[in-house]
Design a protein around this ligand. Structure first.
Ligand SMILES: Nc1ncnc2c1ncn2[C@@H]1O[C@H](COP(=O)(O)OP(=O)(O)OP(=O)(O)O)[C@@H](O)[C@H]1O
Length: 261
């Protein structure tokens, strides 16, 4: 392995021999994976290898058929307020009949934030993702990148300790994608949140991650892990030209080619 199997800080999430069988089909072979508090972990692998399934196990949307997912040392038994999910399909994640403010408000309502405190909190969250000028617009009046920012603002309203991101930028153009990558890095750094980020884009995984976990399919399993020894803050030009970035890029491309063969 190129890599470190263990996070460099205290584990917040632990997969302890987690296996999953659905409808009689083995989806995941036993997985051992520790994710450190505040770590940014990216997950890559060929289609169908179980990336989203791992994310759903952390979210408590699936329960393992063997082993346990531990969160803060306790088994995950179902969805929790302090674990937020950003989906690729922002169109479905947002309520079209609520304004940008209304969509963020939804998370605050679910949290039980008193009505009087909501407007200031909503304004701060929209400002954080660059949508201060668009508070009264409906999702349909916003670009794809703006809708994804709105979904992120709504997740941040939960003040999550963990942000689960399932190919969040997969539907966006390259420029918007890069801008949002940098915003997410900034938000993760300022909040200290642990991020579990699923992507098909190997360069995105290296650019964002502290570690890249590479899965293989049939059944899904961890094939390798790569520590990303690149300085932070990351920079769209300098980081992508760094010799270590290029080395990891080659290694991951070779891995995917072999995994898909
Ligand atoms: N509820 C389910 N019932 C049966 N099989 C399922 C279920 N959910 C997922 N699977 C299967 O589990 C495997 C892993 O799916 P998953 O969506 O986690 O893969 P993925 O790596 O995220 O794929 P992609 O990159 O295409 O999004 C796939 O073969 C999928 O068909």
């Amino acid at each position: 392995m190129d890599s470190l199997a263990l996070p460099t800080c205290e584990p917040l999430i632990r997969f302890c021999g987690v296996a999953l069988t659905l409808g009689g089909r083995r989806i995941l072979d036993p997985i051992a994976l520790d994710i450190g508090r505040g770590e940014f972990v990216c997950v890559v692998g060929p289609s169908g290898c179980g990336k989203t399934t791992l994310l759903r196990l952390i979210a408590g949307l699936y329960l393992p058929t063997e082993g346990q997912v531990l969160y803060g040392g306790k088994p995950v038994a179902g969805p929790r307020q302090d674990i937020a999910i950003v989906f690729q399909d922002y169109g479905k994640a947002l309520l079209p009949w609520r304004t940008a403010s209304g969509n963020v408000s939804l998370a605050l309502e679910a949290l039980g934030t008193p009505r009087a405190q909501r407007p200031a909190r909503i304004a701060a969250l929209l400002a954080k993702v660059g949508l201060a000028q668009h508070a009264d617009k409906f999702p349909g009046q916003l670009s794809g990148g703006m809708q994804q920012r709105l979904q992120i603002a709504r997740c941040l309203a939960q003040e999550p300790s963990v942000l689960l991101m399932d190919e969040p930028f997969g539907a966006l153009d390259a420029m918007t994608r890069q801008a949002l990558q940098d915003e997410v890095l900034g938000l993760a750094a300022s909040s200290g949140a642990t991020v579990f980020f699923v992507t098909h884009d190997l360069e995105e995984a290296i650019y964002l991650g502290d570690r890249v976990v590479a899965l293989k399919p049939n059944p899904g399993r961890v094939a390798d892990m790569f520590e990303v020894r690149l300085p932070r803050p990351r920079d769209q030009l300098a980081t992508r030209e760094h010799p270590e970035f290029l080395r990891l890029r080659r290694t991951l491309f070779d891995f995917i080619k072999e995994a898909e063969a």
